[in-house]
Ligand binder design. Structure first.
Ligand code: MLT
Length: 258
């Protein structure tokens, strides 16, 4: 179990933990963290091991989930509202599988419950070799073509600069560990029906990495779920359309008295 470095805003009784995706850091959630923390809820954004300010690495989703549990304990939170973007969603689902009794709500953003196909797994291991040879920025370069909507690329190239800047906080060991953890992650579809906490699924309208059919599957199988589709965004919704993502999370939190 590792101690995760984190930022937090707000002081309330409810604890919302937002996990970043691959190959980013907690800065991915900066806009949401700054907007959503208040006197009723605190918003906590940790860096997973090997990303941002947290040293080391993990190689399984279960190990990341254990780190999140350690964080919840450190925060003194008996239950957390856990959110994850993409790889962060895989971690959130691993946490839900292992520590369901510690969940108050579940927020899944541009993510899915299925494991990798054989082809996807092979792609992870060839990217892992590239990262070993060329460094961690190779992971961002490999993802970029499918990371944001074509329209964002054309009309708002500064979004790419911002994402590249956030990804520059990744270390080689962190990226290699995360690729291994993603390649070998278990099927989480089988647990969805048991997750009876309120869930919100968010997906970018033009997400090419975890497209809307993945979000639909989550929303269909989770017992208490609603879905928010984010316009003007591909995969990287928290940065591509921060206002819409913040608004969707805000209204869901308010709906549940959080
Ligand atoms: C992420 O955004 O965290 C990754 O793209 C997820 C993945 O590659 O499956």
């Amino acid at each position: 179990m590792r101690e995760l470095a984190y930022e937090e805003r707000g002081t309330g009784a409810h604890t919302v933990v937002l996990l970043h995706g691959f190959p980013f850091t907690s800065a991915l959630w900066q806009a949401q963290r700054d907007a959503l923390g208040n006197g009723k809820r605190r918003i906590v954004t940790p860096d997973l091991p090997g990303f941002g300010r947290t040293k080391g690495f993990e190689e399984t989703m279960d190990a990341y989930a254990d780190d999140v549990l350690t964080l919840a304990d450190r925060l003194g939170a008996s239950k957390i509202i856990l959110g994850g973007f993409s790889m962060g969603g895989y971690v959130a689902l691993a946490f839900a599988r292992k520590y369901r009794e510690r969940l108050e709500g579940l927020l899944l953003v541009d993510t899915k419950a299925d494991p990798d196909t054989q082809e996807a797994r092979a792609g992870r291991y060839s990217l892992l070799e590239r990262v070993e040879a060329e460094g961690p920025q190779a992971a961002f370069d490999a993802m970029l073509p499918r990371l944001i909507a074509p329209d964002t690329k054309e009309k708002r190239p500064q979004v790419i600069d911002r994402l590249r800047e956030i990804a520059s906080g990744a270390t080689k060991e962190g990226v290699v560990g995360a690729l291994t953890a993603m390649a070998e992650r278990p099927d989480s579809t089988t647990i969805l029906g048991d997750l009876t906490v309120p869930s919100l699924i968010i997906v970018g309208m033009h997400d090419q990495i975890t497209p809307s059919r993945d979000a639909d599957e989550l929303a269909t199988q989770l017992p208490i779920a609603r879905i928010a589709v984010i316009e003007d965004a591909g995969h990287a919704t928290p940065v591509e359309n921060p206002t819409a993502v913040t608004a969707a999370i805000q209204s869901w939190l308010i709906e549940h008295g959080w």
